[in-house]
Write a new protein. Structure first.
Length: 190
């Protein structure tokens, strides 16, 4: 009889523990941010419909949601297109603030993913980035679309620090052509 009570208590305790584990796993799964959830949030509350504190709060929630995305989710084409539309609806000050809030997480995710890519994947990405940089340089941005130069320089400096400290030697070598192109552009600007 005493053994039976001990086994019964152990069984109840195990059920309680596994129930708690299941609840935590369910909560974590529903709390996981996805690109689809961010797009749904953006579609539900378009930026152009907000002003004042509501707009600032929304941008904070957007940045926090984007920071919770995986690198793969950030590269989702539908997500990128919709987020670009939202970014273009921001004022220059809002863009700067958004970038300041999301840049560190994005660059760290990028460097980690870049380290995991094969050499051919890295080279392909570097070639695409060089083409995008050349295109952006020739097209330029309207004055009202620009982020102030000091903020851009700070993001570049911070990004390079992360890259130089976290990237593998092979990844650094593969990215060298892009870094050299960025350096030439920077020298022309100075």
């Amino acid at each position: 009889m005493k053994k039976q009570r001990i086994w019964m208590a152990a069984g109840v305790a195990a059920c309680v523990v596994w129930g708690a584990v299941a609840a935590v796993m369910w909560a974590a799964g529903s709390a996981k941010m996805t690109a689809d959830k961010v797009v749904a949030m953006v579609d539900q509350t378009p930026l152009h419909t907000l002003s004042g504190d509501a707009r600032a709060d929304y941008l904070d929630r957007l940045a926090a949601s984007v920071n919770r995305l995986s690198f793969e989710d950030r590269r989702d084409p539908a997500f990128e297109a919709r987020l670009r539309q939202e970014f273009e609806a921001m004022s220059p000050a809002e863009r700067q603030r958004y970038l300041e809030e999301t840049f560190d997480v994005a660059i760290r995710q990028f460097v980690a993913a870049f380290n995991q890519m094969s050499r051919s994947e890295r080279q392909s990405l570097v070639e695409k980035a060089q083409a995008d940089l050349t295109k952006a340089q020739t097209e330029g941005l309207a004055a009202e679309e620009r982020i102030d130069d000091a903020s851009v320089e700070k993001m570049i400096e911070d990004g390079l620090k992360v890259y130089l400290s976290d990237a593998s030697a092979e990844a650094k070598l593969d990215a060298q052509p892009l870094l050299e192109q960025m350096q030439r552009i920077q020298q022309r600007i100075d």
